[in-house]
Design a protein around this ligand. Structure first.
Ligand code: NAD
Length: 673
């Protein structure tokens, strides 16, 4: 076989013309050098892997260029293949192809927008390492496939690599994608890093490789709910009140963590958020998501007292390390009610966590020059970080883990007392995770999750009309959660949450999701709005198995199983979602989660009504079935209600309740007590 035959056998391929040399705009954040951790043989493989996208005539020139990328960035991104200038989610009519394929192109481009993405040149949307695909050659090819995809074909994407288009049928997904899936024995971060450097595996995070990111707004609503419920649960704040006059101290103003500043203000509290990377503070400040900025801890302490007195909501960015902020608070005996952390501990040694004692820039240098020293500093800092949190909780503050693998990283850093049994992590940690205490019982077990939509026209009027439609479908008096949701959607426009495409997030349950989607479909059918793409974060009821996060509140011993997320994925494929994705690692890191999501085109058709009714319902109830089977009280209630309402149409297996004493007394006897 030679390259002439291969060229002739491929009608969809990259051009044999060399694209112009890449131009990098000043001021755009760049990914750090991930380090070259490959053997000689693996480097050769990596080069051959990248070159297989490219016609032979360009190999000689590009081999050196790709080797340079590998040496300076630790990855081959194929910068030259990035389309020049600004990439953003344009109005859907400006793309080529069938509507479903154009809709997905809007989302891919939105994930790479300079205003949205964390490291747009490196195809990283958020979460330090979460990529849309691995390199720009893949991006170009995916686009080419989407432009010619038919109504009865499916594009298959493996870790960003477009495998090809295959004949399917109209009710099948248009794209089925997986990211970073590894065979059990090799399912660990060190192996993954090698595979990523060789260009054969992608860390898709959740909606980065799942092509459904909608900017940090995606997480503001969830953070707002979490903060309000943390206040209710830990501080006894009544259901109809907010966080007025209460302190929330945390870290991170990045992709998702940036939501904390906005959310704490919407929830009425006083947020102090440490951030080591000044450029991220600037971004959030310019957006109006963080109100005050200082690197002076005395000034911050003064602001804290002023705002406490007036009871006004505010978010304050501390430009510095969170460990220093917490130490200051501890030494001055300032009482703070709530503490959390959103450094990127899921990628703790890859730049996600900057250790105390060095600057962000020094940290970046060290990762490149002396990764072992960097790792030691991270471990020392994590241990100090843990100890100061421990002292503050002893003085009455509440700490919870924000699903960023903070507690797992502290444990790995050698502070084993953070594990409940002081030995290993099998019984969890001494502090709750936000899913165990809040998100799990309050939201997921009742089917509430991060439903979202993108108005593909990019018109504000469309978003406004969808907001109003959602508001009119809501009864705020049903529960505290309904009231919080009503407050959220009513103020969404005024809170200026949109970055990138005109999108919205709204936590709602199975019935809510189905009804809202049907309503949108009717509005599209009637010409009131343009087409919409609905989807969700993977951080949801059914889509993700993640023992430190989404499934942290599963107590029947099954939280390390991954059946639910794989079934969710398969069920969504079977029911005809437009885009279906399954990934490894979610927001917690390779090997620690199996996560998936979907996108569904709302095009006004009757066919879409049918998909909404079956797929959206399945997408929530598959998780409720598992959560109720695990005996989670709210999930059992939700499942019982669903069975009563949907008899004949579907049926969930429910757990019989076992008297605690029965099993306990027998087992106590067995152990001779
Ligand atoms: N927001 C949520 O609801 C949510 C849910 C689940 C998990 N998470 C997790 O939260 C983490 C953050 O996500 P992200 O998308 O914002 O990542 P990110 O990498 O964009 O942001 C993390 C920020 O923390 C800063 N940082 C690192 N070390 C620091 C330190 N010692 N002191 C102060 N700042 C420091 C970084 O500079 C960065 O800006 C991830 O691990 C993610 O999986 C968030």
């Amino acid at each position: 076989m030679n390259n002439i035959e291969i060229t002739n056998a491929m009608t969809i391929k990259l051009s044999s013309e060399l694209p112009p040399a890449p131009v990098f705009e000043e001021g755009i954040r760049r990914a750090p050098n991930r380090g070259l951790n490959l053997s000689k043989h693996e480097i050769i493989t990596a080069l051959k892997n990248a070159l297989r996208y490219i016609p032979e005539e360009l190999h000689e020139k590009l081999t050196l260029e790709f080797l340079n990328e590998l040496k300076t960035m630790g990855r081959i991104y194929g910068y030259r293949y990035r389309p020049q200038g600004r990439i953003y989610g344009k109005p859907v009519d400006e793309y080529k192809g069938i509507l479903a394929a154009r809709a997905l192109q809007v989302n891919i481009d939105n994930n790479l927008d300079f205003d949205v993405a964390l490291y747009p040149y490196e195809l990283v949307t958020y979460g330090e390492t979460g990529q849309v695909c691995q390199n720009w050659m893949q991006y170009q090819l995916i686009k080419k496939y989407l432009e010619i995809l038919n109504q009865d074909q499916t594009l298959v994407v493996n870790s960003g690599h477009p495998v090809g288009i295959f004949s399917s049928h109209e009710m099948a997904p248009r794209v089925i994608s997986t990211n970073g899936l590894l065979v059990g024995q090799w399912d660990n971060i060190d192996n993954f890093k090698k595979l990523a450097a060789m260009g054969v595996s992608n860390y898709g995070q959740m909606t980065a490789g799942g092509w459904m990111y909608i900017g940090p707004q995606g997480i503001v609503h969830g953070t707002y709910i979490t903060l309000l419920n943390a206040g209710r649960q830990y501080l006894g704040i009544p259901e109809d009140q907010d966080l007025k006059g209460r302190f929330f101290v945390t870290s991170g103003l990045g992709g998702m963590s940036g939501a904390q500043a906005k959310a704490v203000e919407i929830a009425g509290g006083i947020g102090i958020i440490a951030e080591v990377d000044y450029s991220r503070i600037e971004t959030r400040h310019e957006q109006g998501w963080v109100s005050k900025v200082s690197d002076n801890l005395n000034e911050i302490a003064r602001w804290m007292q002023e705002y406490k007195k007036t009871g006004k909501a505010v978010s304050i960015a501390y430009s510095g390390n969170v460990v220093d902020l917490l130490k200051y608070i501890d030494q001055r005996n300032i009482f703070v009610e709530l503490i959390s952390d959103q450094t990127s501990c899921h990628a703790v040694y890859e730049g996600g966590y900057t250790p105390a004692g060095i600057t962000f820039e020094e940290g970046r240098e060290l990762i490149k020059e002396n990764p072992d020293k960097f790792k030691n500093l991270v471990d020392t800092s994590l241990r100090r970080h843990y100890r100061v949190i421990k002292r503050l909780t002893e003085k009455g503050s509440y700490f919870w883990d924000y699903g960023n693998s903070f507690m797992a990283s502290v444990f790995d850093a050698g502070e084993t007392e953070i594990a409940k049994n002081g030995r290993d992590t099998s019984e969890g940690f001494i502090f709750p995770s936000y899913v165990e205490d809040i998100m799990g019982p309050v939201c997921f077990d009742r089917g509430f999750g991060p439903f979202r939509w993108v108005c593909l026209s990019r018109k504000y009027e469309d978003l406004r009309k969808t907001d109003l439609a959602v508001m009119s479908s809501l009864n705020p008096n049903l529960s505290a959660l309904h009231r919080d949701n009503y407050h959220w959607i009513k103020n969404a426009e005024q809170n200026k949450l949109v970055v990138g495409t005109k999108a919205r997030i709204f936590y709602t349950d199975e019935e809510g999701r189905v009804n809202i989607a049907l309503k949108f479909n009717e509005m599209v059918r009637n010409g009131e709005i343009g087409p919409v793409l609905i989807g969700r974060d993977h951080h949801d009821v059914s889509g993700t198995d993640s023992p430190f996060r989404e499934t942290a509140n599963i107590y029947d011993g099954s939280r390390t199983t991954a059946d639910m997320s794989v079934q969710c994925f398969a069920g969504n494929v079977a029911r005809g979602m437009t885009l279906v994705v399954l990934s490894n690692g979610g927001g917690v890191g390779i090997g620690r989660a199996s996560n998936g999501g979907y996108g569904l085109l709302i095009d006004g058709s009757e066919r879409t009504d049918e998909i909404i009714k079956s797929a959206l319902s399945w997408d929530v109830m598959g998780g409720i079935a598992r959560r109720s089977w695990a005996r989670n009280e709210n999930a059992v209630k939700t499942a019982v209600e669903w069975n009563k309402k949907h008899g004949g149409e579907g049926h969930l297996t429910l757990p019989f309740i076992v008297k605690e004493e029965l099993a306990e007394s027998l087992v106590e006897d067995m152990f001779g007590k």
